[in-house]
Design a protein around this ligand. Structure first.
Ligand code: FE2
Length: 135
């Protein structure tokens, strides 16, 4: 654990993201082109959301798998309703599928892996959750 390097996507800034998200989100890469296990694919790592934080709806070209490690979070896919997830749940995001996560009283720790090559800078926010209009 002491070797994990927690950071944020450099494209998530105060100009396009809610302050509560920037204050409550972190990512520690495990594998990938910029992670301790150097490889092109998969780009995998741990995602941490603090309590009462929403990772806004977003999308990207690489297919993605999440393994939920803690209880109490919710997920939203496409334009659907929020649903509860449990520790041990696997969630698949297809290419360009909109997805969002949120926490309530408990933080979320999850493993996230892109199973195809891709650039983190290419993550796009949805129009629905455009931080410019929801701040
Ligand atoms: Fe994603």
């Amino acid at each position: 654990m002491h070797r994990l390097r927690w950071s944020q996507n450099p494209n998530y800034t105060e100009h396009n993201s809610k302050a509560s998200f920037l204050a409550g989100y972190a990512y520690a890469g495990l594998s990938g082109p910029d992670a301790p296990l150097l490889c092109a694919v998969p780009r995998g790592g741990l995602v941490l959301l603090g309590p009462d934080v929403e990772y806004p709806s977003h999308h990207h070209q690489p297919k993605e798998v999440y393994l939920v490690l803690t209880p109490g979070a919710q997920w939203c896919l496409d334009e659907g309703d929020w649903f509860d997830v449990a520790a041990g749940d696997l969630i698949f995001h297809d290419s360009w599928q909109m997805h969002a996560m949120r926490t309530r009283e408990h933080p979320l720790l999850a493993f996230a892996g892109w199973i195809e090559a891709g650039d983190r800078r290419a993550i796009g926010w949805s129009a629905k959750a455009d931080p410019q209009t929801t701040r």
